[in-house]
Design a protein around this ligand. Structure first.
Ligand SMILES: *Cc1c(COP(=O)(O)O)cnc(C)c1O
Length: 472
């Protein structure tokens, strides 16, 4: 493809992209294709001869689009947001065009230095102490793995990397029953072992019970085991419950344990002064992760990972083969030593574009609006006798179920599962579920970039009507 042909197709694509943004609301939110349907429409062998881009676009529209669930549809209320925004997409176009590998400073100084500055911007925006240094990772899961590996190395006097961890004794990691599965994955693959992950019980509001944490740590120490890391969550995946950071931090401090904070989704709410209470006890944090690629209008991937002791992180990951030796080493940030992958995309450009385009005020207005919509939805649900709220509504996630009375718990669970599937199959809205204290729970997340109160009001009417028609 010549630059001229590229220009023609790119202009057409921009039309497609803007049209998608205008129309996405009218597309079925959840794809309704059957397993194998898309696979079977794609030829078994690659083409021998060049095909036109127009023929690709034709197949994209006819074969691929029906198999897409539309996360950018404002009626998408499932899982968590994976927000994009025009500013982020435009930056992504530049990033793809440059195609720069940003593994070390020398391979693109602007990328390394913009990343350093963007992490300072974000750190200040969310209110982390100034000693923290940040790096962009591909996902919260990767950042949490980096945290647990660093905690492992610090606990073993940096011998784990060299000797293996068998000699160090049994290391223990603690999190709550509501913690995201990425912690278990990190404990498995870090060599600590998932049976050494202790899941601390939660209180009625689904936050970690610090007394139980203290007991577990004391028990393990008395049994000759070595507490290595505690993971506290601000905004759990199921209900966005908030673990009490200060109480947990004091326990970590007394016992010299690494404190990692997972704020993947809720971290964005910290840009609002009224949510700074979540960070009370922040002086105890060793590492902190949040995902601008969830709620901060920056398309996947873009995870912000902060550490108090960047030296420990680098010592854990550093490797210096001959071909990566440079004259600037030690004077600049070579981010390949700040995590697992060597190759790195120029993700800082997306953050720069998003933050400058919205402005801090614009970001705050949007996030605040999403939180207000969740509160309104919670009010609407509370008004109906045959529905109940199942967890405190803290930010932009509302957990509820249909409970018309006269049914056993098992029957209510079946009813709500049916309700969830029927709503999703309608293509009009998309919800997902969790299970809380044995109850099948519908989760509605009101944080899509373009969601309005109107979308949520219409969704709520649909949910009530569908539920009541199921019953009769
Ligand atoms: C979404 C989420 C994760 C996982 O994030 P990825 O970036 O997809 O790895 C981890 N923890 C919490 C609390 C989350 O909400």
């Amino acid at each position: 493809m010549t630059p001229d042909e590229f220009r023609k197709h790119a202009h057409e694509l921009v039309e497609w992209m803007a049209g998608y943004m205008e129309n996405v609301e009218n597309l079925p939110v959840k794809s309704l294709v059957k397993p194998g349907e898309i696979f079977n429409k794609i030829p078994d062998k690659p083409p021998l001869h060049s095909e036109s881009f127009d023929s690709l676009m034709k197949d994209f529209n006819e074969i691929i689009m029906p198999g897409i669930s539309h996360w950018q549809n404002p009626n998408f209320f499932a899982y968590f947001p994976a927000n994009t925004s025009p500013a982020s997409i435009l930056a992504e176009m530049l990033i793809a065009t440059l195609g720069a590998q940003c593994m070390i400073w020398e391979t693109s100084p602007a990328a390394a230095e913009l990343e350093e500055k963007m992490m300072i911007w974000l750190r200040e925006l969310i209110g982390l102490p100034s000693g923290f240094e940040g790096v962009i990772q591909d996902s919260a899961s990767t950042a949490t793995l980096a945290a647990i590996l660093t905690a492992r190395e610090k606990t073993t006097g940096f011998s784990g990397n060299i000797e293996g961890i068998k000699k160090s004794g049994i290391l223990k990691v603690y999190c709550s029953e509501q913690t995201h599965s990425s912690v278990e994955k990190a404990v498995k693959i870090s060599g600590i072992g998932s049976k050494n992950l202790v899941k601390i019980p939660v209180k009625d509001d689904f936050s970690m019970d610090p007394e139980k944490l203290k007991e577990a740590i004391t028990y393990d120490k008395n049994n000759g085991q070595i507490p290595c890391c505690v993971v506290a969550t601000l905004g759990t995946t199921g209900t966005t419950s908030v673990d009490p950071l200060k109480a947990i931090g004091e326990i970590c401090h007394e016992n010299d344990i690494w404190l990692h904070v997972d704020a993947a989704m809720a971290g964005t709410a910290l840009i609002l002064p009224e949510f700074q209470w979540m960070l009370e006890g922040k002086e105890y944090i060793d590492s902190f992760v949040f995902n601008p690629h969830k709620w901060m209008f920056t398309n996947f991937d873009c995870t912000a990972y902060f550490v108090k002791d960047a030296g420990a992180l680098i010592k854990t990951f550093e490797i210096l083969p001959e071909y990566l030796k440079t004259r600037t080493r030690g004077k600049v940030n070579d981010y390949r030593d700040w995590g697992v992958p060597m190759g790195r995309r120029f993700r800082a450009l997306k953050l720069w574009s998003v933050i400058r385009t919205y402005g801090v005020e614009g970001l705050c207005d949007k996030v605040r609006n999403h939180i207000a919509i969740a509160a309104k939805l919670s009010e609407m649900i509370s008004k109906e006798d045959d529905f109940e709220i199942l967890a405190p509504v803290i930010i932009s996630v509302v957990c509820f179920r249909y409970n018309p009375g006269g049914y056993t718990e098992d029957q209510i669970n079946i009813l709500n599962e049916k309700l969830n599937h029927q709503l999703n199959d309608s293509g009009k809205i998309y919800l997902s579920h969790t299970v809380l204290n044995g109850r099948y729970t519908l989760r509605m997340v009101t944080a899509q970039t373009n969601v309005t109160l109107g979308h949520v009001e219409r969704a709520w009417v649909l949910i009530m009507e569908t539920a009541r028609s199921l019953k009769s």
